[in-house]
Design a protein around this ligand. Sequence first.
Ligand code: SAM
Length: 159
Amino acid sequence: MQIKIIGVGKLKEKYLKMGIEEYTKRLGSYCKIQIVEVPDEKAPENLSDKEMAQVKDKEGERILAKIRDNEYVIAMAIEGKLVSSEDLAKELDQCGISGKSSVTFVIGGSLGLSPSVVKRANSKMSFGRITLPHQLMRLVLTEQIYRAFRINAGHSYHK
Ligand SMILES: C[S@@+](CC[C@H](N)C(=O)[O-])C[C@H]1O[C@@H](n2cnc3c(N)ncnc32)[C@H](O)[C@@H]1O
């Protein structure tokens, strides 16, 4: 299976880079994993609603340009379907069984995802009603994907 994570902006913090590197290395035994970064738009505090929508739309266009037609897209969204680690494992397993071998997770920028990306997504997944910074979300998601593969393989790790 091919897993792609699309995120907005470059990772800044060393601890996040190190964590993501560790889990992508571990995931190498289970799938092909690719992290794709698209450039972010400047989003100062005082943007109007219209300007915020424009920022999200521009980032959204860049995200959509990285998604091929055959990819099963999971949009990460606070208001999406609440899932457990087992639910994520099941969704990935189901993708494998039904021949969807390219699964792409999309994480929005600081203002969230554009409606066009949400429309393209096959499902909308939430890790709880808390707001995680988008760069930390990349690390949490990488760990959860690793956990999901361990669960599906029946390997110890998940508690
Ligand atoms: C800082 S958050 C964006 C906050 C924005 N107000 C919103 O409602 O989307 C950046 C991105 O991280 C992801 N994210 C943050 N917390 C999440 C959560 N609890 N569950 C799923 N995705 C989350 C989403 O993809 C979101 O677009």
